[in-house]
Design a protein around this ligand. Structure first.
Ligand code: HEC
Ligand code: HEC
Ligand code: HEC
Ligand code: HEC
Length: 325
């Protein structure tokens, strides 16, 4: 079992799904992007135009989709749970309906299944409490409960004292479950058959390049301003992506002996090590020597808690904005 999975389980086990003071036994499930739309319309509008949303209409119709589906002895991509893990949000189409592959990758694919956190993450205190009046104790509790209920918070926030400075690792590492085919629930034999049938697996996925183009949604200060990252922010996010890439590639490698699968993971790990080495940080050296999740988190915590600007070290490795996906 990988460190990532272990971490998640430990978190859930310790918390026992504590929601509003009472233990909730329900496993969090997806509620679908429409449940987020009313409160997060700027983010929803961005998502709607991305390949994540749009592929839903097209990808199953391609020849490649047929080939890969057949290679696994399955009949329909849209009905396949194997494909569903990465290509679809397995959620009801309408609230209360039957769960199925009803959307492309969406909010919950990145931020975690919403059924349990949706009514926790945005409540500032007893009914009527405004954001500005929320106590630190309540912020801490809200953050932790939402996380225990399955939410992946997207960024380190200094206004929430209990939020650990390694939090950005969560959302970054999750991209590689799909884009690196590193997902725990995908076994090596299945991954090998998919690749043999022509399914893509690229070593080129890099976090800044893939998150700062059409996928970018950063409406932190205003619903009309999708802010670009500063260069210093990009440098921290780049290093976070490399740390996540190394840990995920290293975990994935042992899944199978399949030459292409292992080769891509190795290429990814080598690239990540070179980028990490360039930071010159002792935490990066420790991670290169032992690519554990704990070491990656220590590095991420270091660069965020000290708000480091690593452009001098890794600036030349950052992708040019014209190449953003
Ligand atoms: C009833 C309104 C409402 C709904 C529905 C809602 N949210 Fe939120 N969400 C908020 C508010 C308000 C905040 C800001 C909370 C804060 O100040 O920390 C927030 C914050 C967030 C954040 C963290 C942003 C940050 O800056 O740290 C994420 C991620 C998020 N929501 C995702 C979702 C997803 C995914 C869904 C659907 C499953 C969803 N939300 C549904 C109101 C909502
Ligand atoms: C572990 C995650 C994962 C699983 C499982 C998975 N895919 Fe994919 N698939 C991806 C990702 C990520 C991409 C995009 C790769 C890229 O281009 O960077 C992709 C791309 C594709 C493409 C090419 C799409 C295009 O627009 O070029 C097809 C076709 C496809 N997958 C079919 C399938 C089918 C059929 C299944 C089930 C048998 C499946 N995939 C299962 C992650 C996955
Ligand atoms: C649940 C699985 C999943 C997760 C998690 C995921 N993606 Fe994807 N992503 C996909 C699939 C599948 C495609 C390919 C869609 C297609 O072309 O059919 C894709 C396509 C993309 C594309 C378009 C690529 C291109 O060549 O046009 C970008 C950009 C992207 N993802 C960025 C990200 C980033 C950044 C993250 C993490 C913050 C992420 N994705 C997390 C499944 C996922
Ligand atoms: C491909 C992965 C991915 C998908 C899909 C995705 N997000 Fe995010 N989201 C992120 C990442 C990464 C960040 C952090 C961005 C940053 O700070 O640079 C983020 C940030 C946010 C934030 C805080 C920034 C802001 O705009 O206020 C909210 C709220 C949010 N997401 C909600 C959503 C909702 C709602 C959806 C679906 C409509 C969604 N996200 C879809 C990855 C994703």
């Amino acid at each position: 079992m990988s460190g990532l999975r272990k971490f998640g389980l430990a978190l859930f086990a310790a918390a026992g799904f504590m929601v509003a003071g009472a233990a909730v036994n329900a496993q969090p499930t997806n509620v679908g992007p429409d449940a987020c739309k009313d409160c997060h319309s700027p983010e929803y509008k961005v998502w709607e135009g991305t390949p994540h949303a749009e592929s839903y209409k097209e990808v199953h119709k391609t020849d490649l989709a047929d080939k890969v589906t057949e290679a696994l002895g399955e009949r329909s991509m849209k009905r396949s749970d194997t494909c569903g893990q990465c290509h679809y949000t397995q959620a009801p189409k309408k609230p209360g309906g039957r769960e199925g592959n009803n959307f492309g990758p969406s909010c919950e694919s990145c931020h975690g299944p919403g059924s349990e956190f949706i009514e926790i993450h945005n409540v500032y205190g007893p009914k009527g409490t405004k954001k500005a009046d929320e106590s630190d104790a309540h912020k801490n509790e809200r953050f932790q409960k939402a996380r225990d209920a399955g939410m992946r918070w997207p960024r380190w926030r200094q206004d929430i004292p209990a939020m650990p400075a390694d939090i950005n690792f969560d959302v970054a590492a999750n991209c590689f479950n799909c884009h690196g085919m590193a997902r725990e629930s995908l076994d090596g034999d299945t991954a090998g058959k998919m690749l043999d049938a022509g399914h893509p697996l690229k070593a080129s996925f890099e976090l800044v390049q893939y998150s700062q183009g059409q996928v970018r949604h950063r409406f932190y200060n205003s619903a009309s301003n999708n802010e670009e990252m500063s260069e210093a922010e990009k440098s921290r996010w780049f290093v976070t992506g490399q740390a996540a890439s190394l840990v995920q590639a290293n975990n994935a490698m042992s899944k199978t002996d399949h030459a292409k699968y292992v080769g891509v993971q190795q290429e990814r790990a080598e690239k990540a090590k070179a980028a990490l080495k360039a930071t010159g940080l002792p935490e990066a050296e420790a991670l290169i020597a032992d690519p554990s999740e704990a070491n990656a988190r220590a590095l991420v915590a270091k660069i965020y808690s000290e708000q480091m600007d690593l452009t001098g070290q890794v600036g030349s490795m950052l992708p040019a904005p014209s190449t953003y996906k």
